[in-house]
Design a protein around this ligand. Structure first.
Ligand SMILES: Cc1cc2nc3c(=O)[nH]c(=O)nc-3n(C[C@H](O)[C@H](O)[C@H](O)COP(=O)(O)OP(=O)(O)OC[C@H]3O[C@@H](n4cnc5c(N)ncnc54)[C@H](O)[C@@H]3O)c2cc1C
Length: 479
């Protein structure tokens, strides 16, 4: 009841996705394509501004596979061909960005709108603007109290997807993956000012990043420790002066310090974290509701989109799509954790490369030496030399049951594990590895093995698998 006289209206759906950022919109779309009834709830009317405008090249093939690449280009995007970097030492390096490695910048208001339109176009129902409050579990699923312009609503859903970004409406504990970090940012109209199309610069207590946005504005951001803003002479209301001071002291962005920004200077949390428990039988958290990575790599949107794709097959399996629920839970939890851990290691190594201020707290807290790479293996004879020798799997190699995406489901499949492999490998070039690896226990020569493999694939494919195994040190001659 609202005021004791009118019952609160109820809405029912199978899957409720909260938050229509990149992760929510994409997951809602995939789940609808997989046959589920999905309601997407978004707090703000679109288009709405959002940080995270620089996208990695990896986003392109994904957008292409969704049929959205051209629409994103048409809506306006920029792909800078060079960048200025001042990181390891005081030197400014002008880095040319070869075509294949070039990221691109978008207007997130338009980008997110396109993804939402794409979700709508396949039949996702959208409730917007509608603010979700903390959901409650009940016997058949979830109840989510909503505030809408037409009054309060109660949403009932069998399955809940939290894609509300850092708001994390489902709550729950997260583990910090890095030191507390804040970001200050604004946009400038640069006109004739000389600023690089994109740049990264290290400073005594943090780093600065800048990029030209489609539409002609220039985004600059500073990342630093929160205590920098809490120092007595840097009161909260002086954040604009604080950012201007950082820009004035920079080599690459100092011209911006002369102008007032076109937007107010905003401050937000940019601390990395990971939800150790992002999925259960009736709920899942995606994108920044599940993890936040250091913005240093500009790959938050890429990771959010990847988590939406992984999340959709997980939810489809959990809702009885035919796969294995235990595999689905393990697959989502482990893949998100592995992706965040890999990124955290990379970021620590990148901070480690910075030298001039390495003894300052900001850099000490973040720098992590990368593990020493294993020594190059001694050169080995060509694979052809093994053709008439008996071969086997290297002693440390074995098959283990691993959750894998098989079509639109998650299921356990045997996968090859070995210390030389960064992760278990179940398929190679579309072929299941397990039966091929199992046949290596028969005491056959390489020629006989290749003939046996060629019964289920072409001779050329069999040779490719053998070369890959040999290259990884996993195929060895019998002593
Ligand atoms: C300072 C900073 C700079 C960054 N720069 C980059 C970058 O250059 N490149 C990059 O790839 N990534 C960047 N990121 C990360 C990137 O912004 C995020 O990874 C990405 O936006 C996550 O997408 P998402 O869909 O998970 O969440 P979001 O994009 O945050 O979407 C969440 C949605 O949920 C809605 N919502 C929230 N609460 C509710 C509620 N209660 N009810 C209903 N709806 C709700 C919000 O309105 C929003 O639309 C940056 C992050 C920070 C902090």
């Amino acid at each position: 009841m609202t005021d004791g006289s009118e019952p609160v209206r109820r809405i029912h759906t199978e899957v409720c996705v909260l938050g229509a950022g990149p992760s929510g919109a994409l997951c809602a779309r995939r789940l609808t394509e997989l046959g589920h009834r999905v309601l997407l709830v978004e707090r703000h009317p679109f288009p709405r501004p959002h940080v995270g405008e620089a996208l990695t090249p990896a986003v392109r093939p994904l957008l292409d596979s969704l049929g959205l690449l051209q629409a994103v280009r048409d809506a306006g995007s920029l792909a800078p061909t060079w960048s200025c970097v001042r990181w390891t030492d005081e030197r400014v390096r002008r880095v040319r960005l070869p075509a294949g490695t070039r990221g691109f910048t978008v207007c997130r208001a338009r980008f997110d709108q396109l993804l939402l339109d794409a979700a709508r176009s396949v039949g996702v129902a959208v409730l917007q603007p509608a603010r979700a409050h903390r959901p409650h579990r009940h016997a058949e699923g979830w109840e989510v109290p909503l505030t809408t312009p037409e009054g309060p609503r109660i949403l009932s859903a069998r399955f809940l997807v939290d894609a509300t970004g850092r708001a994390r409406v489902l709550g729950g504990r997260v583990t910090r993956t890095g030191p507390r970090t804040i970001a200050l940012y604004a946009a400038w109209r640069v006109g004739t000012r000389r600023v690089p199309p994109t740049c990264l610069e290290a400073g005594p207590h943090g780093w600065l990043w800048g990029t030209l946005l489609p539409g002609g504005e220039y985004r600059a951001m500073a990342f630093t420790d929160p205590e920098q803003l809490r120092r007595p002479r840097v009161h909260r209301s002086f954040r604009a002066d604080f950012l201007r001071g950082l820009l004035a002291g920079s080599e690459l962005l100092r011209e911006l310090a002369a102008d007032r920004p076109a937007s107010a200077v905003a401050v937000c949390d940019a601390t990395g974290y990971l939800d150790p428990d992002p999925v259960a039988e009736d709920r899942i958290s995606l994108g920044e509701a599940a993890f936040a990575i250091d913005p240093l790599s500009s790959s938050g949107v890429d990771k959010a989109l990847q988590s939406a794709m992984a999340g959709a097959v997980t939810v489809h399996t959990l809702l009885g799509g035919g796969g294995d629920r235990r595999a689905a839970l393990a697959y989502y939890r482990d893949s998100q954790r592995a992706s965040v851990e890999q990124h955290t290691r990379w970021a620590g190594g990148y901070y480690e490369e910075h030298l001039p201020y390495r003894d300052n707290a900001f850099w000490r807290r973040r720098a992590r030496p990368l593990p020493v790479p294993a020594p190059e293996p001694a050169p080995r004879p060509d694979l052809a030399a093994l053709m008439h020798r008996r071969v086997r799997l290297a002693p440390a190699g074995r098959l283990t049951s691993t959750p894998c995406v098989v079509g639109d489901q998650v299921a356990f499949r045997p996968a090859l594990v070995h210390p030389a492999l960064p992760r278990p490998v179940a398929y190679l070039g579309g072929h299941a590895l397990a039966p091929l690896v199992a046949s290596l226990h028969g005491g056959h020569t390489l020629a006989e093995t290749l003939r046996a493999w060629s019964r289920t694939m072409s001779a050329e494919q069999a040779l490719t698998v053998a070369r890959w195994l040999y290259g990884q040190g996993l195929l060895v001659p019998q002593p």
